[in-house]
Design a protein around this ligand. Structure first.
Ligand code: SAH
Ligand code: SF4
Length: 461
């Protein structure tokens, strides 16, 4: 491949990891590397890993086995980097088990990886960087754009210590980025053609508290004033830091998308207490009521865990009742997975695997039915959607998203990064189908619209 060195990134897990992968990619580009189209062309392979659930880890362990033979078959000198949450959690142990790992780079070191790669070459044994002294926000701003959209990290880490979760142990305490820096970053992104930003954090509505800056809602109000931004999304909100006042103020911000992702986790107060979630179902209900009152068109999505230690049929049935009551637009559903460090692992009365699987299945079936009914209600309605990219299955189809976060497949000649008006004509699976009714109401940046163009995305864990 000549003198230019090439990097290849595999990303596992959440939006935060995908966002970190953009920084990893940009730091390699700054060091003169180019992205490898195929892993076989790579001089450096980075696995940006997730440790939230065991199955995410298992996938990475499988890949590490593959990379051993990759070195033997393709490129003896390839550098393999274990990055992200698993690197932070058990990088030392894994580098002992998998001698093909050359660099272990924890969650605080995404942007130092190119330097480590150069340092490790010719050295004895793996280079391990997992200390958590200095946390840096991305120095890249406009370059982070992925077509017409961009993620903007406004707060890193988490100080909540939900009793099932490993994140606070691996990503450290909450640390907000200064609001002036966020505003500058978004203005740079707009100059680069971005029309939609998603503000990212483990708990975005805790924004500002740790540095005595403006609050989350004040930040939304400031971003709402930036010319050129059309849609503002945010992910994830913790119910304990959400309230009627925030919803009321959001309702008057025309650019803030009316989509609330509010993980409820369980419908049982007893379990919520054991989970250390710091809210009751009544508080959760009051937020849902405020959403209905001030933003009646909004969608509400959630995360739910079944099989948390001690969860009995009564607790579980309360979760089903909560789903029926709120009628979420969609839910990410998980079986509790025992993790290192987290507190729930020491709780007795574990729920057996078969019970957890059965509960998950029933819950998914219930939620699918509700999602389907809600999607059916959209048929015949006119929506403004942001076009995102061509469907991999059918090139004539464009994938688009509504303000409330729903996917719409449209047969259109429009390009990625445009707002078009569509009529919802039907549903297939969890996706809406639409027909274009107005051609190009407004334009954003034209590109291939593939949000994963800098790295290969292995999807949600
Ligand atoms: N900070 C976000 C997201 C955290 S991880 C939040 O609090 O909402 C995303 C989801 O993974 C969580 O909401 C939770 O539902 C799930 N999760 C986290 N740890 C888990 C575990 N040990 N087992 C199963 N699901 C888990
Ligand atoms: Fe984990 Fe809870 Fe923090 Fe979310 S809020 S990252 S679930 S500890």
């Amino acid at each position: 491949m000549g003198d230019i060195k090439r990097y290849y990134i595999e990303t596992y897990g959440c939006e935060m990891n995908k966002s970190d992968s953009i920084d990893i990619a940009l730091s390699f580009e700054t060091h003169g590397y180019k992205r490898a189209e195929k892993v076989n062309d790579a001089d450096v392979v980075i696995l940006n890993t997730c440790a939230v659930r065991q199955n995410a880890e298992e996938r990475v362990l499988g890949r590490l086995g593959y990379y051993r033979s990759f070195k033997e078959r393709h490129n003896r000198n390839a550098v393999i980097v274990l990055a992200g949450c698993m690197a932070q959690e058990r990088g030392r142990e894994l580098s002992g088990l998998f001698p093909e790992i050359d660099v272990v780079s924890g969650t605080y070191h995404s942007m130092e990886i190119p330097g480590y790669v150069e340092e490790c070459c010719g050295g004895e044994g793996p280079l391990i960087a997992v200390d958590r002294n200095v946390y840096r926000f991305s120095p890249y701003t406009g370059e982070r754009a992925q077509g017409c959209r961009a993620w903007v990290n406004i707060i890193k880490g988490c100080s909540n210590y939900c009793s099932y979760c490993v994140v606070p142990y691996l990503r450290g305490p909450e640390k907000s980025k200064k609001s002036e820096g966020i505003i500058t970053e978004i203005k740079d992104l707009v100059a680069d053609g971005v029309v939609e930003v998603t503000l990212l954090g483990q708990n975005v509505n805790a924004y500002g508290k740790d540095i005595n800056d403006i609050t989350f809602i004040e930040l939304l109000e400031k971003i709402n004033e930036i010319d050129g931004i059309r849609w503002i999304r945010f992910l994830t909100s913790h119910p304990k830091d959400f309230n009627e006042e925030i919803v009321r103020r959001i309702s008057s911000l025309e650019k803030v998308c009316k989509h609330f992702h509010l993980p409820v986790q369980s419908g049982s107060n007893r379990i919520l207490n054991l989970m250390n979630r710091k809210y009751t179902l009544d508080l959760y209900r009051s937020i849902v009521e405020a959403i209905h009152k001030y933003t009646p068109r909004a969608s509400i999505t959630t995360d739910i865990i079944v099989g948390f230690p001690t969860e009995n049929e009564d607790d579980y049935n309360q979760t089903l009742d909560m789903i029926r009551e709120v009628r979420f637009d969609d839910a990410f559903t998980y079986i509790y997975s025992e993790r290192p460090f987290e507190q729930a692992r020491t709780m007795q009365a574990k729920v057996d695997k078969d019970t957890s699987k059965r509960r998950l299945q029933e819950l998914i079936t219930l939620q699918r039915g509700i999602s389907c009914e809600k999607n059916r209600d959209e048929i015949g309605k006119r929506k403004s959607v942001l076009t995102q990219g061509r469907s991999k299955k059918e090139a004539s189809e464009l994938l688009c998203r509504t303000e409330t976060g729903k996917m719409v497949v449209v047969n259109t000649k429009a390009r990625a990064g445009e707002f078009i008006d569509v009529m919802i004509t039907g549903i297939s699976g969890n996706t809406l189908r639409g027909a274009e009714i107005l051609y190009r109401t407004e334009t954003g940046k034209f590109d291939n619209g593939d949000p994963g163009r800098l790295f290969s995305n292995k999807g949600m864990a």
